[in-house]
Write a protein of this length. Sequence first.
Length: 186
Amino acid sequence: MRPVRRALEFLFTRVLRSRLGVALVIAVLIFGVIGAARLVSGPADAGSGVAVRPTQPISTADPEAGEDGVLSSPPAAVAPRTRPGEATPEQVAARFAIAWLTGPGSTGDAWQARLRPLSSPALEEKMTGADPETVPARRTTGPPTLRPRTESFVEASIPLDHGTLRLDLIAADGPWLVDAVDWERP
C-alpha cells in the first residue's frame, strides 16, 4: 500500500502543482470527452457532409423568366430630354465646371452665387458652408462626357488638370440642374 500512497502524494504535491501537470490533465480530459462523444454517436454516415456534390446544378432563378444577367443585351440608348430654348445637359455640366473651378481666390458667397443657378436645391443645401479653396483643380482639359441613364438623369465626366469631375444632372420638371458632385483623382 505504501507505493500507491507515495504515487498519490507525488501526483498531488508535485505533478498537479506544476504547469506541465495541469496541461496534461486538461489534455486527458479533452481527449476523453472527444472519445466518449465518438463512441456514443456511432459510425459516420458516408452520404453526409460537405464532400457530397449535387448531381445537377442548383438554380435559384426560373429558366423561363427571361434573361436578366449581366451578359444580356444592353438596353436601348436613352436620349436626355431637353426642352426647346433650354440648355442641354452637356452645356450645364460645362458651365458648372467653369463656375466650380473659379472657387479658389474668391469668397464663399460669390462662389455659391455662381453655382446656385446650375444646382438643384438638394445640392445647394449640401454645398452650404463649403470652402472654395478646397477645389483640387484649376482648369478643364477636355469637354464633358455624358452617360445618359434615363430621359431626366445623366452622369457627366469632365476631365480636369488634376483628376475628373463627376456630376449627376437631373431634369425633373424643368431645366437641367447638377444634383451631385464627386471628384476622382487620376
